[in-house]
Design a protein around this ligand. Structure first.
Ligand SMILES: [Zn+2]
Length: 411
């Protein structure tokens, strides 16, 4: 009667099912389970079994999100979420887990759509892959927004690319409370079987191999995958809504520039800063102010890396001194500025300091420079070294270019 690949169950009438265990209050932060599922939604119940039954204390799973294809969604809906007979509901009943406590419905099943907006049935082309990468990123970004919740991401199930992308995105976005795992089932013959969704409480036999497998011999385990967490090391990650490829490029630049920052070239002729492939165009006045600080840095204390000492930096008060303004004027002269008002720094001083304070003039120019540098280079800690940075306590602020003096070139 039993075909070799059909799973059959045999309840032992002599041993009645124990009553459902009382639902022990879970501990730890409210957790969101995110699973990539292809055509084997079993991985979701298997992972839930590990988190809610096996783990002591239980994880406080509040939401289950699934990223899948159109066909995969249909499978999850039919196999797991069908009213009463769906395996998610059976699992909750069997183990005394209040299902109402866990948000898992058609709205938490996310289907990747293709370029035409239609749901993808499969991921087959490079374009599909781009869509998938962006979808994984958008979903994980969304699910890691609340610092009071933990994300448990499972790479079991789904196409290989899905799991891989989830792993990479996890590295970028995960916080210390988040976990990445893979669920392991042994014996492996049970994996993906249509009747095996979690180890049952009532003993049964699975006839999938020549020798039937007893349910008590089944092992389901979570293998946690430790990964380096980059979120706090790459400021771009937490700030924008970049696409997957943009975020990877920003992350790579951050890592590259940490090891080998590109030179900072001040090109007087075009009044521009050149940093790697990027050109930051400045007005003559902005370029002159930046040059003043670059000269100060290169002639400063002599240390390659300096957080901003008295000899490498300037205070705003420096702009009250005639020598500073003289130096600025000298730089402007070298730039061959035709506008007399700029060349003579008109408006930078007045007998009435309450009206025209050169310190304020400097601060205004500084914020314009920094805005332009940021706009050109984008976000990232690696960008900060090219700004006119402020260091020191309030009231004693020092301004300097943090880039190493060896990086600064006058072109
Ligand atoms: Zn210094």
């Amino acid at each position: 009667m039993d075909a070799p690949h059909r799973v059959t169950a045999r309840k032992r009438a002599s041993r009645p099912l124990r009553p459902s265990p009382a639902f022990a209050e879970p501990t730890g932060p409210p957790t969101i389970l995110l699973s990539v599922a292809g055509l084997s939604p079993q991985v979701i119940t298997e992972t839930l079994y590990c988190l809610l039954v096996q783990r002591r204390p239980r994880a406080d799973v509040r939401e289950v999100h699934v990223l899948t294809t159109a066909v995969g969604k249909q499978r999850v809906c039919e196999d797991l979420l069908a009213p009463r007979r769906g395996w998610f509901h059976r699992f909750c009943r069997e183990y005394g887990i209040p299902a109402a406590r866990i948000r898992f419905n058609t709205r938490t099943i996310h289907v990747v759509s293709g370029a035409d907006g239609a749901f993808l049935d499969d991921v087959r082309t490079p374009e599909d892959n781009v869509r998938l990468a962006d979808a994984v990123l958008a979903l994980v970004r969304d699910l890691t927004r609340d610092p009071g919740r933990a994300l448990h991401a499972s790479v079991a199930g789904g196409r290989k690319t899905m799991g891989l992308l989830l792993g990479i995105v996890f590295q970028l976005l995960a916080r210390p409370q988040d976990r990445l795992s893979h669920v392991l089932v042994s014996p492996s013959e049970l994996e993906g079987q249509r009747d095996f969704f979690y180890p049952p409480r009532a003993p049964r036999m699975y006839r999938v191999t020549a020798a039937p497998i007893r349910s008590r011999d089944v092992r389901v385990e979570l293998a946690e995958i430790p990964v380096p967490l980059l979120r706090d090391h790459v400021p771009a990650i937490g700030t924008g809504e970049q696409s997957y490829s943009e975020l990877i490029a920003l992350t790579q630049r951050e890592l590259d520039w940490q090891t080998k920052p590109p030179p900072l070239v001040l090109e007087a002729r075009s009044r521009a800063l050149r940093i790697a492939e990027t050109t930051v165009r400045l007005t003559p006045l902005e370029f002159a102010v930046y040059t003043l600080f670059a000269r100060r840095r290169t002639a400063g204390c002599g240390r390659a890396e300096c957080p901003g000492c008295e000899r490498c930096a300037l205070r705003t008060d420096a702009f009250l001194e005639p020598e500073t303004l003289e130096a600025l004027r000298g730089i402007l002269q070298g730039l061959h500025v035709h506008d007399d008002r700029v060349a003579t720094l008109e408006g930078w001083y007045s007998t009435d300091l309450s009206k025209k304070d050169p310190r304020d003039r400097f601060l205004q120019v500084r914020s314009r420079i920094n805005r332009k540098v940021r706009q050109a280079l984008g976000v990232g800690r690696c960008v900060d070294r090219y700004l006119l940075a402020a260091t020191g306590k309030r009231g004693e602020t020092l301004y300097c270019i943090p880039a190493s003096r060896d990086l600064i070139r006058f072109g």
